[in-house]
Design a protein. Structure first.
Length: 94
């Protein structure tokens, strides 16, 4: 798997949230998406209260749904046309 060692990873960051995540992954096809500020829980006065599990769940579900649609349309993924197996995806919602 030499090709895997030579592949450069694309990290997408900056303003990615539930309103633009599907468009972002469609246009950029990143390996990683940084959602840090998009999933923060803050009060009206701007006080940080940690990460919001519901925001995380919403965006992860949107990405997962986009990925399933992509696979069904293309019937393959990756440079070598790997087969989609849902159980192989990490579940962050568990």
């Amino acid at each position: 798997m030499t090709w895997l060692k030579n592949k450069k990873k694309i990290f997408l960051a900056g303003g990615i949230n539930e309103t633009n995540v599907k468009r972002a992954i469609s246009q950029v096809a990143p390996d990683v998406i940084d959602l840090s500020s998009a999933v923060e829980k803050t009060s009206e006065d701007g006080t940080f209260h940690g990460k919001d599990p519901e925001k995380i769940r919403t965006i992860v579900t949107m990405v997962h749904d986009w990925w399933k649609d992509f696979i069904m349309q293309n019937k393959k993924y990756g440079e070598y046309g790997g087969q989609y197996v849902e159980e192989s995806m990490m579940s962050v919602l568990a």
